[in-house]
Design a protein around this ligand. Structure first.
Ligand code: BG6
Length: 472
């Protein structure tokens, strides 16, 4: 089924996310035949654009961040797509936006309204209020970008403001990591097979690693990032959401309420973070980036140990880390199994020398799953080596036409499907868990760009080791 005809209002339409993901993603959905039979996209932001310059910006964006099957070389579909784009500058006042939206709706002969708020937390409440004041909230859906607030109080205020204008059913709090194929593959692997779930617990699992290093710098996002930092930008949102997929109990059905219930139980069981179990880093040169304060205390790297106080996970540490300008990019979840109870292999056989067995999910678009374990090296005697088995969507031939996370989620929002979105309760609980860290952050440690982060991350995880860079 296709979505109903839609007017999509894009707040922050000239920003980094819109250029990098949203505009290329909407074009890709259009070319994949997944957009509504007719639609309009009304961009708005504080920048002084008009229809023509916004179309030019969109064209540049899709050229600079092309999605397969969405390059502008297909001239006729680009023309068809771009004539549906228009722009209303924020300075023109709320009435001007409402007029444009009404005009777009009458062109479509009605249709649904979807507001996409790609704006920083500090601006979100004002936009929500404006939508209420101008009546643009009526019957509309609203997609809220992360980070949702900056702490518990601001998230509660934002939820309060939203609920003053929208019913919960109208609200879609996006976390694009949940739209990644590989994140959903965690659910498929755990709950569609009999093989894995029986060993998915403290009896068999020693620890869990979630690692998302990025080589990217802050680039032109300095002014956004300064008020955010790695913890709010990545951990309280993406990494904890992914952790919930790993840790949750089997939901009664694959439907939004059941999934949300199980995820929220995980969040409730998360112990409030102990600042002594957190490492914060800042890459050398960050303070020289545009928009960054010369004495900035914002972290560009964070590593931490989280614990889930429940029957299944008691005593199993979850180690999380992410950072900018690191040695390599990766997005992995690795499950490390216990060592066997009795060491019968002779010293020098190689057993244990490459760390424990791991099952590793790669959250990249190819959605790889690998299992690394010990096997015998062929030949005389008993020498052990780490071997690895891999599954990837590419290799199975299932990998064509993968929707990028944002594409998948924008489509879900147009269809009214909440399954892969987060909820007010869950988010507020995560801010509660974060409170001790936010109140008393450990000192920043510098790290050189192109490295794996500050050295004390190794003490944090000892006697275990980070999974990246992959050795075996
Ligand atoms: C965004 C963060 O939410 O996720 C960025 O704001 C980060 O800082 C990005 O780079 C990572 O997403 P992806 O899909 O490239 O892994």
């Amino acid at each position: 089924a296709l979505p109903d005809p839609h007017v999509i209002v894009l707040f922050g339409a000239t920003g980094d996310l819109a250029r990098r993901k949203l505009l290329p993603g909407l074009l890709r959905l259009y070319r994949a035949g997944l957009m509504p039979p007719d639609f309009r996209i009304v961009g708005t932001s504080l920048d002084p654009f008009d229809d023509a310059s916004f179309r030019a910006l969109a064209r540049e964006a899709v050229e600079q961040f092309p999605r397969s099957g969405s390059g502008v070389d297909d001239a006729s579909s680009w023309a068809e797509f771009s004539r549906r784009l228009s722009f209303v500058p924020g300075t023109a006042g709320p009435g001007a936006l409402a007029d444009r939206v009404h005009a777009a709706r009458s062109e479509l002969g009605g249709g649904r309204l979807l507001h996409y708020l790609s704006v920083p937390p500090s601006a979100a409440r004002a936009v929500v209020r404006e939508l209420g004041d101008t009546g643009l909230s009526e019957g509309a859906r609203i997609v809220m970008e992360k980070p949702f607030g900056t702490d518990l109080a601001s998230a509660q205020e934002l939820n309060g403001a939203l609920h003053g204008v929208f019913a919960e059913q109208q609200i879609f709090r996006i976390d694009h990591f949940l739209g990644k194929e590989a994140a959903q593959n965690i659910l498929a692997l755990r709950f569609a097979n009999g093989l894995f779930e029986p060993i998915w617990n403290r009896q068999h699992i020693d620890h869990v690693l979630i690692e998302v290093p990025e080589t990217l710098s802050i680039g032109m996002r300095g002014s956004f990032y300064e008020g955010t930092g790695a913890y709010r930008d990545m951990v309280v949102t993406h990494l904890f959401q992914v952790l919930a997929f790993v840790a949750m109990e089997p939901p009664t059905a694959l439907e939004p309420r059941a999934i949300t219930e199980e995820k929220n139980k995980v969040f409730r069981s998360l112990k409030p973070l102990d600042p002594a179990c957190v490492v914060r880093g800042q890459y050398d040169g960050y303070r020289d980036e545009p928009g960054v304060a010369a004495d900035s205390e914002t972290e560009t790297y964070v590593a931490l140990r989280a614990e889930i106080d429940n029957w299944r996970w008691s005593g199993v540490p979850f180690y999380l880390r992410t950072g900018k300008r690191m040695a390599d990019s990766g997005r992995i979840i690795s499950i490390a199994y216990h060592e066997p109870p009795h060491g019968m292999f002779p010293a020098g056989s190689g057993v244990g020398s490459f760390g424990p067995d791991h099952m590793t999910f790669d959250l990249d678009e190819a959605s790889r799953l690998s299992l690394s374990f010990y096997g015998k090296r062929p030949g005389p005697g008993m020498r052990l080596e780490k071997a690895s088995m891999q599954f990837s969507l590419e290799e199975t031939g299932l990998g064509h036409d993968v929707l990028e996370a944002y594409e998948r989620l924008i489509h879900d929002a147009m269809m009214g499907d909440h399954t892969l979105f987060t909820t007010a309760d869950g988010i507020e609980r995560l801010w509660e868990v974060s409170a001790p860290l936010l109140a008393d952050p450990p000192p920043l440690e510098p790290y050189p760009p192109g490295s794996w982060g500050p050295p004390s991350q190794d003490e944090l995880i000892a006697p275990h080791r980070w999974r990246l860079p992959f050795e075996r």
